[in-house]
Design a protein around this ligand. Sequence first.
Ligand SMILES: [Zn+2]
Ligand SMILES: [Zn+2]
Length: 77
Amino acid sequence: MAQCEVCGNDYDKAFQVVTAGTPHVFDSFECAIHALAPRCEHCGCTILGHGVEADGRFFCCARCAGQAGESGLRDRV
Ligand SMILES: [Zn+2]
Ligand SMILES: [Zn+2]
């Protein structure tokens, strides 16, 4: 049994996600996404796909990156 570190739910099917060597325990993908997914700096949505990264800033798409002042980015599909 493990406890979700986001909502505290004690769930027998909880799973572990390791990011940069640090293990995290979640009961659902929703909680994992809430805790780990980066957010678009322009529109604030959760980035679940590849997204785009520029100078350490994350965006959900090239359009958001462009509107936030990053140029020359293309969606990586
Ligand atoms: Zn949870
Ligand atoms: Zn966006």
